[in-house]
Design a protein around this ligand. Structure first.
Ligand code: ADP
Ligand code: MG
Length: 221
């Protein structure tokens, strides 16, 4: 069977972070409002600032491998984004980078992304259902793994992951927070989307945006 595959190169990963930075900028006010409802209203501003610095660092340095892009982005987020989400997103990208083996196929990406999500779960000690970013990241990792198993091509696989992350974020609305600042509210955290889950859906959603612009080349023909 001829199947379409793509190599996810350094430029793809740089484009991913550029699109994430752009998208978070567009949704900055919504993320601030979500965090105002069940946190301290800093999530949109912190992430926006951190991602601008990620972009600046990547543009100024030119990284030469996907691993360098991810480790650099993760390190910048840990240094520049305060609060809970900086170290958690930093850990997602750094752990993902360390798990990558170039040349990066979709299967390799999916496995590395899963390693990053596991690192977030370990660091934050959060599980699905705790009303955190994990509620968007875990379904995204699962959707990617299933897409790889089923031989789905990259743009569609990323679109499936993006939808799974969005559904996961939306599903945090009726939950009561059991981790992070929102957990201090107890029952009053119910009825609001978790800001970290919302930003995670944007991060995963950017993969589909960037991949849809990629040219597919025939695989082992
Ligand atoms: P802070 O709560 O310190 O102000 P942010 O506002 O930047 O940090 O990020 C809040 C988000 O971080 C939450 O919406 C949630 O998704 C995520 N979060 C907080 N604590 C945890 C945790 N222990 N595990 C996973 N995610 C967490
Ligand atoms: Mg906050």
């Amino acid at each position: 069977m001829e199947h379409l595959d793509i190599t996810l190169d350094t430029a793809f990963f740089v484009a991913w972070f550029e699109d994430v930075a752009r998208t978070v900028r567009l949704h900055r006010d919504r993320l601030i409002e979500l965090d105002a409802a069940i946190g301290d209203a800093d999530h949109g501003a912190n992430l926006d600032r951190g991602l601008s610095e990620v972009r600046a660092a990547l543009a100024g340095w030119p990284p030469t491998s996907p691993i360098q892009v991810l480790v650099s982005a993760g390190t910048t987020l840990i240094r520049r984004v305060g609060g809970a989400s900086g170290p958690l997103y930093g850990s997602l990208f750094r752990s993902m980078g360390k798990a990558l083996e170039p040349p990066v196929t979709l299967a390799g990406f999916a496995a590395a992304f899963d390693a990053g999500v596991v690192a977030v779960e370990r660091l934050g000690k959060a599980a699905p259902g705790d009303k955190t970013m994990v509620d968007a990241l875990v379904p995204a990792a699962r959707a990617l793994a299933l897409a790889v198993r089923d031989g789905v091509a990259a743009p569609e696989a990323f679109a499936l992951a993006g939808r799974a992350a969005e559904d996961g974020a939306r599903a945090t609305v009726p939950l009561q927070a059991r981790k992070g600042r929102a957990s201090y509210l107890g029952g009053r955290s119910v009825g609001h989307e978790d800001p970290g889950a919302a930003s995670s859906a944007l991060i995963v959603g950017s993969l589909a945006t960037v991949a849809s612009g990629l040219r597919q080349v025939p695989g082992d023909t």
